[in-house]
Design a protein around this ligand. Structure first.
Ligand code: F6P
Length: 362
């Protein structure tokens, strides 16, 4: 990289492991002799030029992280702050952001975030002069081209811990719980946690169904599960946020239809933002570190408009066997296919899920 100064920002919904990624960007860049500045509040802060030094020069000329940040890699959230910036969505806002980078003498930007943030990174890379490289980080796991995004593993661990706790109380009272998990348009968290938490049913946006049909299906699951013959102690239904019927309406309708069943009740829990917090898991820290290394090295190699991806299904390999580089334009196309159900990845997930559903309902 011609200018030995790099900027890093986190954008969109925070995800556990974002701090580990920032930390790794700092450490890898410092090891390559590059100074690092953090951008506060994501793209909003970039438009304002809200830069903070994350590294300092030592007496021998080498680069090291500033004091006070040791241990940050193991914490949740993002210490730089994040935003969903309306100003950056306008071309003028992005031009201002590009000017801020150039004025600060920054020769490369690392953007850590989900598909919306990485789309912003693509626009900045193509409209401005400063090279931009992305790192996927979102609990939703909806960044096309990357098998895993930073934060997904921790979110899943939190969900299954919550489901285990809910199952304890559900078994004690012979109850059905409908648990809603985040994910926006993606059903990945619901899908993966349903298998790991041994749910009895799962509702996914990738398999849309009319509300009446959903209620009928859940009634069947409850009647069978609580029948004297099957005699399950609890029923757990995991609903993805992207399925439009609210959990309370599902529970009300369901309770009305199984009113004849003795000693059976239905409860709901929306896990919501709980799942976005907490210390990142080993896997998220590992992915964060390895993607950060690839992102910094891509900038050093003069690359721009690419994303460092974990076990990518497209793009080019890197020296790290688990990590590759994917063009951000390809990421955008792959994301759309992932969410509209036409991607081979989604087709495979749904095929597997159909099979898993039958097993879960047993
Ligand atoms: O993209 C991450 C995510 O947590 C989604 O799962 C959810 O739909 C959305 O962000 C919630 O956004 P906010 O934090 O703005 O309420």
């Amino acid at each position: 990289m011609s200018v030995g100064r790099l900027a890093v920002l986190t954008s969109g919904g925070d995800a556990p492991g974002m701090n580990a990624a920032i930390w790794a960007v700092m450490k890898v860049a410092a090891a390559r002799g590059i100074d690092v500045v953090g951008v506060e509040r994501g793209f909003d802060g970039l438009v304002d030029g809200a830069f903070v030094d994350l590294t300092r020069r030592l007496a021998d000329g080498s680069v090291a992280p500033i004091s006070g940040l040791e241990g940050v890699a193991g914490t949740g959230g993002t210490f730089l702050g994040s935003s969903r910036s309306a100003r950056f969505r306008d071309r003028e806002g992005r031009a201002e952001a590009a000017r801020r980078l150039a004025d600060a003498g920054i020769g490369g930007l690392v953007v850590i975030g989900g598909n919306g943030s990485l789309t912003g990174a693509h626009l900045l890379a193509t409209e401005g002069d400063v090279p931009v490289v992305g790192i996927p980080a979102t609990i939703d796991n909806d960044v096309g081209g990357s098998t895993d995004a930073i934060g997904v593993d921790t979110a899943l661990n939190t969900i299954i811990d919550a489901c285990d706790r809910l199952s304890d109380t559900a078994r004690s009272h012979h109850r059905a719980f409908i648990v809603e998990v985040m994910g926006r348009r993606s059903g990945y968290l619901a899908m993966a946690s349903a298998v790991a938490a041994v749910a009895d049913a799962v509702l996914l946006p990738e398999q849309p169904a009319p509300e009446d049909q959903v209620v009928e299906e859940l009634e069947r699951v409850l009647r069978w599960s609580f029948s004297p013959e099957r005699n399950k102690p609890r029923v757990l239904v995991i609903k993805a946020e992207g399925v439009p019927t609210p959990v309370h309406r599902l529970a009300e309708r369901l309770a009305g239809r199984v009113a004849d069943l003795e000693n059976v009740s239905v409860r709901t829990v929306v896990l919501g933002h709980l799942v976005r917090g907490g210390h990142p898991s080993f896997h998220d820290r590992l992915v964060a570190g390895r993607l950060a290394r690839a992102a910094v090295d891509a900038l050093v190699a003069g690359r721009s408009d690419v994303m460092a991806a974990w076990e990518p299904n497209v793009g080019e390999p890197s020296v790290d066997p688990k990590v590759g580089l994917v063009d951000l334009a390809t990421m955008i196309e792959e994301t759309e296919r992932l969410l509209d159900g036409t991607s081979e990845v989604t087709v495979r997930r749904i095929r597997l899920m159909k099979e898993a559903r039958a097993v879960l309902a047993l």
